[in-house]
Design a protein around this ligand. Structure first.
Ligand SMILES: Cc1cc2nc3c(=O)[nH]c(=O)nc-3n(C[C@H](O)[C@H](O)[C@H](O)COP(=O)(O)OP(=O)(O)OC[C@H]3O[C@@H](n4cnc5c(N)ncnc54)[C@H](O)[C@@H]3O)c2cc1C
Length: 451
């Protein structure tokens, strides 16, 4: 890398490595044109941005988000079309929208992916079924042509929330509402005119998994929005810390707060994780698109686990990072104009909706255990010990704790790190399954899991 120079605290020129951000951007980002289009659009329409300093009422905020969506349509950024034609682009858009307003990401996600995305294929059929065949998705009309609520339908606005007030969340109650058979979204199960039920999926379990699998797209969108938020927050904090000078050696120029090791230790590992999460999110998007293309049921399960785990990990990480970024900017981090406070309030609920993080992580553990058990079905404990021994031997051939191999190249070798993580996961699964085996006979499976 070429060298460049910068003046240090004592005035002497310090040699710094040259960093070509264009090269990095080209490497990590294959959708730069859309990002540019989005950001240029809002730069040229600053009146469409959500004001951060004076508060909007929820009605004003909701209207602003609607206007932002309409503005995007005028230059051909059509989230619904993207979701149908190019999902990768759609998820990238979710990331870009996060930095315009997180309410925009969520509004578009619910409108176009969660709801609109389910209606891509029309499903006309008719009749009546009397047997419970499990969970199915229906369209239930809420209002008549004049916009009035239909009989048996009540809608209650959720009122002011801690954040995301540009999204019109509400609760809906149905009382004895009946719908025609044609309103069933019947890709996974349909009813003919005589009331006969049929499904291309043989078991109720598979149908349930397929129906819920349709919801994984929401988590992929949340991962994208969360990674976008993290990138934005780190940009704000790191740029501010690079130019904010505070204290320094006696009789010398003050030092940029980013030059303090404690600031670097707070921000730079988070920046590194941000790159990691960017690539993990890209992998998730790729797997999700492949699942939609192939409809392979094995992949449905894998994407369910991946999206649940990554959504929980990413959103929790970003929420903590938002607080650290705010603190790193000192008192200025608390000024509304710097956006970290609004991002923190808006992003907080990402840890809860589309599945509470704690519950999602338990689901991931459950799926991993299922996989683990299927490998050792009926095998004695000694065979799992043997598996772990073998894994340890093959995955940690140069374990630094054993060999005292502390060479930087070795410790940073991705294949060593990956196998160390693999070994740790296998070991934790093994001890978890041992504990479940121990407690289940005495207290039952629910209590054993709880323990
Ligand atoms: C702004 C907003 C928008 C939303 N949008 C939608 C939407 O568009 N569509 C929709 O369907 N839903 C929506 N939701 C609902 C959302 O998905 C739920 O709030 C979320 O899934 C969590 O469920 P809950 O609120 O019932 O929490 P609970 O399940 O009551 O959880 C409360 C606490 O109990 C803990 N807990 C629960 N179960 C367990 C367990 N088994 N083991 C250990 N701990 C447990 C949780 O970790 C959590 O801390 C929205 C919610 C909000 C706030």
């Amino acid at each position: 890398m070429a060298q460049t120079s910068r003046t240090s605290a004592k005035g002497a020129a310090k040699s710094l490595p040259f960093f070509d951000w264009h090269v990095m951007e080209t490497y990590i980002d294959d959708q730069r044109e859309m990002k540019q289009l989005m950001y240029d659009l809002f730069k040229s329409h600053p009146e469409m941005l959500t004001p951060v300093e004076e508060g909007l009422t929820k009605e004003e905020h909701r209207e602003r988000v609607r206007q932002q969506l309409r503005l995007m349509l005028t230059v051909g950024i059509n989230p619904m079309q993207m979701f149908s034609r190019d999902m990768k682009k759609y998820f990238y858009l979710a990331e870009c929208m996060a930095l315009i307003d997180l309410s925009l990401t969520v509004k578009a996600g619910v409108q176009f992916s969660l709801w609109g995305g389910r209606l891509k294929v029309p499903d006309p059929h008719g009749g009546r079924a009397m047997v419970d065949h499990g969970v199915h998705a229906f369209i239930v009309p809420l209002r008549d042509d004049a916009g009035q609520l239909l009989p048996g339908v009540e809608i209650h606005d959720c009122g002011y929330k801690v954040g995301l007030n540009g999204v019109d969340n509400g609760a809906i109650r149905f009382t004895h509402v009946r719908i025609p058979r044609v309103n069933l979204l019947d890709r996974f199960g349909s009813v003919d005119k005589s009331g006969r039920y049929s499904s291309p999926l043989t078991s109720q379990g598979r149908r349930f998994a397929a129906t819920l699998g349709e919801l994984t797209g929401g988590r992929v969108g949340l991962c994208s929005g969360s990674v976008g938020t993290l990138k934005g927050a780190l940009c704000i904090a790191i740029r501010y810390c690079a130019q904010r000078q505070q204290f320094g050696p006696p009789d010398a120029q003050e030092v940029a707060v980013l030059d303090y090791q404690s600031t670097q230790q707070r921000l730079i590992p988070m920046l590194a994780t941000c790159y990691g999460l960017h690539f993990a999110k890209q992998l998730l998007v790729d797997r999700y698109c492949e699942m939609k293309r192939t409809k392979d049921h094995k992949l449905v399960e894998e994407v369910h686990a991946l999206s649940a785990g990554l959504k929980a990990y990413t959103t929790r990480f970003t929420q903590n990072a938002l607080s650290v970024c705010r603190e790193a900017c000192g008192g200025h981090g608390y000024a509304a104009v710097n956006r970290l406070g609004a991002l923190r309030s808006d992003h907080d609920i990402f840890q809860t909706f589309e599945g509470d993080n704690t519950v999602l992580l338990q689901q991931v553990s459950g799926l991993l255990l299922k996989e683990y058990r299927s490998q050792f079905q009926g095998a004695p404990l000694s065979s799992t010990f043997a598996f772990l021994r073998q894994l340890a031997a093959s995955s940690l051939p140069n374990n630094p704790l054993v060999t005292h191999e502390t060479d930087v190249r070795h410790l940073r070798d991705p294949s060593f790190l990956a196998s160390a993580l693999e070994y740790r996961t296998a070991r934790m699964l093994f001890t978890l399954s041992l504990r479940l085996r121990k407690h289940t006979p005495r207290v039952g499976s629910f209590e054993a899991w709880n323990k």
